[in-house]
Design a binder for this molecule. Sequence first.
Ligand SMILES: Cc1cc2nc3c(=O)[nH]c(=O)nc-3n(C[C@H](O)[C@H](O)[C@H](O)COP(=O)(O)O)c2cc1C
Length: 311
Amino acid sequence: MSGENTPCHHGGETSEDGSGQYPNETIRLLLERASLRDYSDRPITPEVQQWILTAGLRSATGGNLQPYSILAVQEAGPRETLAELCGQPFMARAPLHLLFLIDWHRMERWARLEQAPFTATSSFRHFWIAFQDVMIAAQNICTAADALGLGSVYIGTVIEFIPTLREMFALPNAVFPVVLLCLGYPKSLPKPRAKLPAEVMVHHERYRDPSDDELVAAFRKKYENIRVEATEERLQTYERVCRGAQGEDFARAALARVREQGHFNAVQRYFGLHYRADEMPRDNDRYLQTVEEFGFGWFRKWESPEDPKQE
Ligand SMILES: Cc1cc2nc3c(=O)[nH]c(=O)nc-3n(C[C@H](O)[C@H](O)[C@H](O)COP(=O)(O)O)c2cc1C
């Protein structure tokens, strides 16, 4: 840790004490972190790329198993295809895409070659921990990239196209896409987004539920700029979503509330118009089927060869 204070690049409003100073560069990077979607043409040299990737591979993993892979995409064609698939054109301008994958294929092969027992693809616990492992590596890569003057943004939309990714990148069984990260140098610096305060997010010794007023105030402060116009079309969609999610009576009351407000606030927009509450849980079966097609069976009852056979 350096003894020198590091200036805040965003005018001090994000530094903990408002002084515009941070105790060191690492804390500055973490507190001023923001997703980057505006990339310059500057290429990423192989050396810089190697530092970033090596930093990711140093991450903690459950049991040090490292059950993940990172697929680097630099060719323009596939980057454009990914941007098109995800409906997010800015992605194509990021010179490096990293696809993060849960990967039990490598370990399965190793176990087979060494005649070790292997059931990891049938275990929820292994899937769950591998998911955590891969995200930890991804976030370390983000921080390493920030430290080298680059920026990044996660793209979660890739989970809509898992079978396509499998074909595009020749993913074997037991290799499952989790998230994509776009990386590049910034054309303009993104401003850190508002976050909920520690009083609401951090609990000391036991879980503390804030009062309704405190909770609503915290969300209002975070989303103070979000007001979506209540057009007739949106109101109709909102009513349909509310009905599909929680029934007729709820829909009537929810709609009256928005009409009274005259606009949609952030939570009404999130679950009523964007991540639609009537649709999100509907796809569960499709996702489970995809997971199964990728060679995982942790949601099925596992049968040991030692278990008594069912008649
Ligand atoms: C798992 C995950 C998926 C995300 N998917 C997308 C995405 O598909 N497109 C996008 O523009 N941003 C995406 N983001 C970035 C978020 O929109 C962003 O983190 C959030 O708005 C907060 O802004 P900040 O990262 O600048 O603090 C994703 C972030 C995460 C962690």
